[in-house]
Design a protein around this ligand. Sequence first.
Ligand code: 5AD
Ligand code: SF4
Length: 450
Amino acid sequence: MKSLINEYDEITAGCAPKRLHVITFGCQMNEYDSQKMAQMLMGRYCLTPYPEEADLIIVNTCSIREKAEHKLYSLLGRLRKFKDSKPDMKIAVAGCVAQQLGGRLIEKMPCVDLVIGPQGLYRLPELLERIETDGGVVATELDDQFKIPYIEAPLPRKGDVRGFVTIMQGCDNFCTYCIVPYVRGRETSRPSRHILKEIGFLVDQGVKDVTLLGQNVNSYGKGLVDEVDFPGLLERIDHAFPDIRLRFTTSHPKDLSDKLIDCFGRLKTLCEHLHLPVQSGSDKILKRMNRHYTRQEYLEKVDRLRKACPTITITTDLIVGFPGEEDQDFKDTLSLLETVRFDQAFAFKYSERPGTAATRFKDKVQEEVKSQRLKTLLELQNQIGFEQYRKMENKVCKVLVETFDKGKLTARTRGNHVVNLEGDADLVGRLINVYIERACHHSLVGRIVH
Ligand code: 5AD
Ligand code: SF4
């Protein structure tokens, strides 16, 4: 859970009559959506880190894995107390849980004034006006023809080195465990001119490392007329902003084309890192998950990537205990980890999401088995990841410094390794050479090479 206030510089504080507090759960796309909502309200609201003094609180929710509903209700219970002593306060709930619950949320929690789904957030100013006259408002329609509008209002930032740009929203893949297609709607891609304009805006503000965001970025362009595909978009960005570091997430293995693979190593700005969620190493489970690739196809893509770009860092997501996963299927996942040797993996126990196809699968895996498998998997991956990170030891690499805090800097390699080192604040935003002294499990320790 994060508060948005640190993202903005002091110029915005105190310049608007009303105060806004934003609480964000979940992924970078949600962070981005929270920024967009704040951006739309700039001029009318300034940000406050204190929920109790806010005129408007926005809670931006995520339902992909956690017990999201329960968490939201307990947070709203706390926020309601602030509203009791400040009756003009408005509370809006946005994001995937809002989409899922719709009007039921207001019935259960009357302190909520506005429920907005991922498509509704672009109408936030108008919806806020409506609650003044109509009371509780629900904006959770999902339109198959939805297009992401361009927000003209500037977004003041506090000199961040990294910036994020959503290039597409929604998902058409319907993996059987996943709630995203139901709560984020059909895939919709933004026109490349909007994306380029937004990157230009970030670059003007000093951003040097740009990540393109979407549920399935490599199917970018579907449904757009006279537009580029995803490799074409990367090429345009590379050409227009030759001095940035460019990244993207998340990619679906089935849409990882040879054309995209060739971008690694060919486009100067594109960093040598790919997050490529595999989910399972068993063909039987991949089929049940509706992933549309086999273990062999995945391994072949990894080989091709490493041929095109030998230094590429590959990370992944995995689910253990999907319905029907037997010991042999789990062993197949472990052996896939040993074959690929991911630099990092995010592993999750399967959890049932309402309305998804997998809820109808009968052969559920017991909770204790899931926990044991997760433990086994993490032990193996920690060892592999550490060995991968140790390969960086005693090397000199170029890193971009991102933050400074009490004499300590954090920086990032092009391969997405976080490097901790000592140095001065004026190095933030600069590319420097560091000698990697040692590897930790998910980071490196280095020193500046003069
Ligand atoms: N249970 C467990 N993990 C899930 N993920 C998505 N849905 C579920 C679920 N129902 C994981 C996938 C995905 C990541 C973002 O979250 O691994 O890649
Ligand atoms: Fe969910 Fe699958 Fe779409 Fe990813 S590709 S958002 S896992 S449905």
